[in-house]
Design a protein around this ligand. Structure first.
Ligand code: SF4
Length: 767
């Protein structure tokens, strides 16, 4: 079982109780402050920062003594967490002090990575890049980066890659975690940007969770929800999830749908709203387009029909619809169970539609949180490192491209906009096919996190690919590199980042990086200098050095766009709470950025992913209204069959983040969740002859792993494996594969291009 009782509950023990003691509050009341702190010794000083171990972005102070980080303390003044920290935040900082940090650059010689000095390593990278630019041109370059850098790193890379080298092949691992959030916001509202705010938890009377295990992914915001659920004016809670998550166990209605059927169940909920007159028709008529098409699409999704597809009870769908249709303040929350599943963008848009039909957006307690997976994913999207042009600009809009060209003082044609920016899965395809010959991977670990790992390893290991990796640790990916740069991380550099509800925090440098490690911003600036990247007048393209100078340059890029940072300064971010761009919640005036000249995207046909043209978008004529986009349910790319009868669901543990490069180096988190596992229902485990703790083999057509069994209340036909576990910390005696992505399949959503991790077919049996 998922067991949080593995230790006795102590005053601040977020291992035994990840959410801490309840501090209940009623609707509209302030969420009480509770300051969480964990230090290994008394700090000499505290340095302002925020946590980078999930997209919540909880504000904290870093405790420093003897030039080392010795602990953290939640910031009570901050709007996001009111002092609280979860297990990853309280213990994860210990990774900074890990003895296996990379401290010197490495270059591959005679097949081995050997330590060298910075000049030698950078010269090797610049020399290869220069040669490739001359021989193959800018499209030979790919950059695959992280959702864990700072805004200042991202914007530096966006200008370098898009305006300097001129490649379209720049994307983040945020493609795996948050691309669908961005895509659905663009489809429904014309532009990225989180409509709601975490403070809406304090005001709502109805909560809808769709494919989000928020109790484990964003523990502090779940604490906020729990405090409402256990306080006066308890909101009603509907959870759609195949697993019996902590939130599902608190729910009024839990729809344990079969993986991959989100569109079917959401269409049925939309149909029930319409059939029962639970639509705010006046608001819908005034502020949306597409109602008739939506009503027609969902008409056939009776509760009985949807229940048959989803494997749930029709009356449960009716009960859920009644809750959603009769509340007055609906807050809907979405994450990977939608984004990484069949029809990702189509399903995320149907959640937006639920709120739009109810007219519940832009008001206290009303809205949608299309959550992000990673701490700084919002900044990859804003700065143009995740499949869009910087400042939420539209690659199809010549005026938007011209604005960037003017800002960077380059020719508009130097900024690739012949097609949408290349998404990560396509970048790896191009590397596989050989058109990308130079791939720079920054602070991410695709050798564990991308689908179908055997294929990814074969791509990374190609002789013809020049692979550069910047990281703090020797990851499974860095093992393949030709050059490895040691990177400074959180706490060792200054910068800003933006969380899932648009709150911008400043994270000050607290300690020196270990050895010769350097901030990514500086590494990229050196690379740009080495290549001699210039603007139209022969001046250096990148005109900044310090983090604050980059931030000021970014502010000019964001000016006038929906993500306008011009009112924020480093000084304003010091001392108090983080600051949201766009204010507490977007769309308070019910005016959406859907004018053709301002929107970030003209949208797509949701089932096929066909890109709409400017003319098609204009014909839709949303003109400031939201767009109700609809889609029928379609079957997943891979369905269970006789030889592979289970659906594989991958996801996260409350104690780890991504591939554990940080959390796997924090003793409390390692002890709490040291090893991969596979979750099975009691009935199915029994049928397979497996008991709790037995080692099971899980196989798909692409790979095989072994993992101990956990018996849980997961729905029948579905097995769950956390994706955190790779190979860097395997003990020497165990040579069995354990990474969940050995099993997953190379398919992606047609609109967001987010890989589909949750519908692979597998078989399970004793190892
Ligand atoms: S909820 Fe997220 S941001 Fe907050 S402390 Fe936990 S890991 Fe860090």
């Amino acid at each position: 079982m998922t067991d949080y009782g593995c230790r006795a509950l102590a005053a601040v023990d977020r291992i035994a109780n990840p959410w801490g003691a309840r501090t209940p509050h009623a609707a509209g009341a302030d969420w009480p402050v509770r300051v969480d702190e964990h230090t290994e010794r008394e700090p000499e000083r505290w340095v302002q920062s925020a946590c980078v171990l999930c997209s919540n972005g909880c504000a904290l102070d870093i405790g420093v003594a003897g030039g080392r980080i010795v602990g953290v303390r939640g910031r009570e003044v901050d709007r996001v967490n009111h002092g609280r920290l979860g297990p990853k935040g309280l213990y994860g900082w210990q990774a900074n002090n890990s003895p296996d940090r990379l401290t010197r650059p490495l270059v591959r010689r005679d097949g081995n990575l050997e330590e060298t000095d910075w000049d030698t390593a950078m010269a090797a990278v610049v020399e290869r890049a220069r040669k490739l630019l001359d021989e193959k041109g800018s499209s030979a370059f790919g950059f695959y980066i992280s959702g864990q850098l700072f805004l200042e790193d991202y914007y530096t890379l966006a200008v370098l890659a898009r305006g300097g080298i001129g490649t379209n092949h720049l994307d983040g691992n945020t493609r795996l975690c948050t691309a669908t959030a961005a895509a659905s916001l663009k489809e429904s509202f014309g532009c990225d940007g989180q409509p709601a705010s975490f403070a809406d938890v304090d005001h709502c009377d109805t909560l809808l969770h769709v494919g989000i295990n928020i109790a484990e992914t964003q523990t502090v915001t779940w604490s906020r929800m729990l405090d409402r659920l256990h306080g006066a004016d308890r909101p009603r809670l509907v959870v759609i999830d195949p697993r019996s998550t902590p939130a599902a166990r608190e729910a009024d209605v839990h729809l344990a749908v079969r993986n991959g059927t989100n569109v079917a169940v959401l269409n049925a909920l939309l149909r029930e709203l319409i059939a029962n007159g639970w639509v705010d028709q006046k608001w819908v008529d005034a502020h949306t387009v597409g109602f008739d098409a939506l009503a027609k699409t969902v008409d056939g999704y009776t509760p009985e029909h949807a229940a048959e597809i989803c494997g749930t009870a029709p009356d449960d769908i009716r009960a859920a619809a009644e809750i959603l249709g009769t509340g007055e303040r609906l807050l809907s929350v979405v994450l990977q169970g939608v984004y990484q599943s069949n029809q990702a963008t189509a399903a995320a848009c149907q959640v937006n539609n639920l709120n739009l039909l109810r007219g519940m957006i832009g008001k206290p307690g009303c809205g949608v949180l299309q959550m992000n997976g990673q701490p700084t994913a919002q900044n990859t999207r804003e700065t143009g490192c995740n499949g869009d042009l910087p400042g939420f600009r539209n690659w199809q809009n010549p005026r938007h491209v011209a604005e960037l060209a003017e800002l960077w003082n380059v020719d508009p044609l130097a900024i690739p906009h012949y097609g949408p920016p290349t998404h990560a899965m396509q970048i790896f395809r191009y590397a596989e096919q050989g058109s990308i010959s130079f791939l720079w991977i920054v602070a991410t670990n695709p050798a564990v996190s991308l689908p179908e790992l055997d294929r990814i390893r074969s791509i990374l290991g190609q002789e013809r690919l020049f692979l550069v990796v910047s990281d703090a640790f020797m990851t499974e990916t860095a093992e393949f590199a030709d050059v490895v740069f040691p990177a400074a991380i959180w706490g060792e550099k200054t910068g800003t980042f933006t969380n899932a509800d648009r709150t911008v925090h400043l994270s000050e440098q607290a300690v020196e990086p270990p050895g010769e490690a350097r901030p990514d911003r500086e590494i990229l600036l050196d690379f740009a200098d080495g290549l001699g990247l210039q603007d139209r007048d022969g001046a250096p393209l990148l005109k900044w050095r310090t983090p604050e100078e980059v931030f000021e340059a970014w502010k000019q890029c964001s000016r006038g766009r929906p993500c306008d940072y011009t009112g924020i300064t480093y000084e304003k971010l010091r001392g108090g709470s983080g600051i949201q761009w766009g204010g507490e919640r977007l769309y308070e005036d019910a005016v959406f950025p859907t004018l053709p000249e301002e929107c970030e995207d003209y949208g797509h046909e949701l089932t096929t992913g066909v890109t709409l043209s400017a003319a098609e978008f204009k014909a839709l004529d949303p003109a400031g209204r939201a767009i109700l986009k609809s889609a029928p349910y379609v079957l997943p790319a891979e369905a269970p069959r006789e030889d592979y009868p289970f659906l594989l669901n991958t996801g996260r543990s409350v104690y780890h983040f991504h591939t554990r490069t940080k959390t796997g180096r924090a003793p409390e988190l390692v002890e709490a969740a040291p090893e991969v596992w596979v979750e099975l229902s009691a009935d199915e485990a029994g049928r397979l002859g497996l008991a709790e703790g037995d080692i099971a083999a899980v196989e798909s057509p692409r790979g095989r792993i072994e993992a101990p069994v956990r018996i849980t209340a997961i729905r029948e036909g579905v097995v769950f494996v956390p994706f955190h576990y790779g190979y860097w910390d395997r003990d020497g005696g165990n040579d069995k594969d354990r990474a969940a992505n050995e099993l997953t399949i190379t398919v992606w959503d047609p609109v967001s291009k987010q890989p589909i991790y949750k519908t692979a077919a597998v078989r399970v049996g004793p190892a």
